[in-house]
Design a protein around this ligand. Structure first.
Ligand SMILES: C[S@@+](CC[C@H](N)C(=O)[O-])C[C@H]1O[C@@H](n2cnc3c(N)ncnc32)[C@H](O)[C@@H]1O
Length: 191
């Protein structure tokens, strides 16, 4: 049987994004991250979709690099950024996050919400600047969904960070569609 490629997945996301109007709501983790503060420098958002988080961070003067495999989502995001006068703050990159290698230690904040890939998480971790933040939310394993490589167990995100990290907050939440999630906000050591 043929293994599904990221292009099939992107086509599914494109159809979904084309069929529904964007809300451009920032994720609550952005408010938390801004509340505790993070170093100057760009922000990286992986699997950003039509990210209200990227827009909110750009509006706060941050340069944001937003990566997704859906060209429809990125076009909608770019259009909205230009409409808000934020086009110069936001770079949209059409790429598979598993093949995208961010510069080590370059980002004050690395963010991903409703996305999980263990290898991407590891490279995201390395991309955070000393003293910077990693903010991540992924779908949680559940009785119905069971364990899949796209879901995490409670506590797993913090456990995968290791000694270089201070866990500022972690928890469980639900999406508007009532899917369970796990999230973490953590700060990288200064060196
Ligand atoms: C559940 S949506 C989350 C979007 C956004 N982060 C949010 O919280 O609303 C998952 C997103 O991941 C993107 N995606 C899936 N696999 C990806 C990959 N390998 N690399 C980059 N983006 C990916 C999809 O296109 C989609 O926009």
């Amino acid at each position: 049987m043929r293994r599904e490629s990221w292009r099939d997945d992107a086509a599914r996301w494109n159809a979904r994004y084309a069929a529904t109007p964007p809300a451009f709501e920032p994720h609550p983790l952005v408010k938390q991250a801004c509340g505790v503060g993070f170093p100057d420098g760009p922000v990286l958002e992986l699997a950003c979709g039509r990210s209200g988080s990227a827009l909110a961070l750009a509006a706060r003067g941050r340069r944001v690099l937003a990566v997704d495999t859906s060209d429809v989502a990125l076009r909608q995001l770019r259009t909205e950024a230009h409409r808000r006068g934020l086009g110069g703050q936001l770079w949209c990159v059409l790429a598979d996050a598993r093949a995208f290698v961010p510069v080590r230690g370059a980002f004050g904040l690395v963010l991903a919400t409703l996305f999980w890939d263990a290898a991407v998480f590891r490279s995201a971790r390395e991309a955070v600047a000393p003293g910077g933040l990693l903010a991540w939310e992924a779908l949680a394993e559940s009785g119905e969904a069971g364990a899949t490589r796209f879901r995490v167990r409670p506590g797993q995100l913090a456990a995968e960070l290791g000694e270089r990290w201070e866990i500022l907050a972690e928890g469980e939440a639900r999406t508007p569609q009532r899917h369970g999630t796990c999230w973490v906000l953590a700060r990288a050591a200064l060196r």
